[in-house]
Design a protein around this ligand. Structure first.
Ligand code: PBG
Ligand code: ZN
Length: 328
């Protein structure tokens, strides 16, 4: 063969060449670790649908965060499980609610060593398990906005560094922004679950957070999986309302949406690799069908390659460990 051939293999021949041309990086500094905190005596309880994940008591949570800090992971995303649920989800905005108490303890102990992000939603706190209040058999958008704004404010008063509304009510970013600003918290950012789809991949989470709806489903507020252009409209609205970071959720089944969001907007973009993505990989690895570490790194690299800046993932702890051993 004496004619020139294009040979991409020249730059794949060893690790050094591959390193020089590597386009996508994984680092703990992009990671957010979701954690579940519950009002209870035991330190932690395993979550059956999410191997190696736990519901933590506040005491247990503080210990876990110590480790997260030591792995250079900058932020946690907190989900609360109250000991009491009611129609109006009053535990969500109770000054002495589980998230409020946990956040106060964390900030007191760790200060600026960890960013506390809080999920703002009603579903863990309502007796019916929906993400808003029910009126005439339906989730009432505008009544819910008032409670979400109250919830976000109570989290920030307790010391939250950022609030992340996941309810998918229309107008919630504006409602939360206004309530924070009026109360003197204009410097606290909002990360909105802007394009959140009605996905089958949340079911392990709903076990973990005890938030499965008692009737119906979430399709009247979360997005329909076939839609892509609608995601752009949702994201656009949240930006107009004042979101600081936008999010696509889930991640792996929606990488097209991640890429499109990256190309269409210039705000920081987060992708939430959800509980179902986690458990699929965990179970396949436990069965010896795929290699755990390779699968986790490949999946998380794919989400970054698609365009996400920030990665919210239950794999954050393992990724942090691998980074610490220089094997990421
Ligand atoms: C609450 C909420 C959910 C998730 C994050 N916030 C569940 C849902 O909408 O039913 C899912 C996270 C996951 O599956 O890891 N609104
Ligand atoms: Zn919810």
């Amino acid at each position: 063969m004496n004619f020139p051939v294009n040979r991409p293999r020249r730059l794949r021949k060893n690790e050094k060449f591959r390193g020089l041309v590597e386009e996508t990086y994984l680092s703990p500094k992009h990671l957010v670790y979701p954690l579940f905190v519950k009002e209870m005596a035991e330190k932690k309880i395993p979550i059956p649908s999410m191997p190696d994940m736990f519901q933590f008591s506040i005491e247990g949570l503080l210990k876990e965060i110590e480790e997260i800090v030591s792995l250079s992971i900058p932020a946690i995303l907190l989900f609360g499980i109250p000991d009491h649920k009611d129609e109006m989800g009053s535990g969500a905005y109770d000054e002495n609610g589980i998230i409020q108490k946990a956040t106060m303890r964390i900030k007191k102990l760790f200060g600026d060593d960890i960013l506390v992000f809080t999920d703002v939603c009603m579903c863990e706190y309502t007796s019916h398990g929906h993400c808003g209040v029910i009126k005439n058999g339906e989730v009432d958008n505008d009544e819910t906005l008032k409670l979400l704004a109250r919830t976000a404010l109570s989290h920030v008063r307790a010391g939250a560094d950022l609030v992340a509304p996941s309810d998918m009510m229309d107008g919630r970013v504006k409602a939360i922004r206004e309530s924070l600003d009026i109360s003197g918290f204009s410097t606290i950012p909002i990360m909105s679950y802007a394009a959140k789809y009605a996905s089958c991949l949340y079911s392990p989470f709903r076990d973990a957070a005890e938030s499965t709806p008692r009737f119906g489903d979430r399709k009247s507020y979360q997005m329909d999986p076939p839609n892509q252009r609608e995601a752009l409209r949702e994201i656009h609205m949240d930006i107009e309302e004042g979101a600081d970071i936008i999010m696509v959720k889930p991640a792996l089944f929606y990488l097209d949406v991640v890429t499109l969001a990256r190309q269409s907007f210039n705000l920081p973009l987060a992708a939430y690799s959800v509980s179902g993505e986690y458990t699929m990989i965990k179970l396949a690895a436990q069965k010896g069908i795929i290699d755990y570490k390779r699968a986790v790194i490949e999946a998380t690299t794919a989400i970054r390659r698609a365009g996400a800046d920030i990665l919210i993932t239950y794999f954050a702890r393992d990724l942090g460990k691998w980074a610490q051993e220089n094997s990421l």
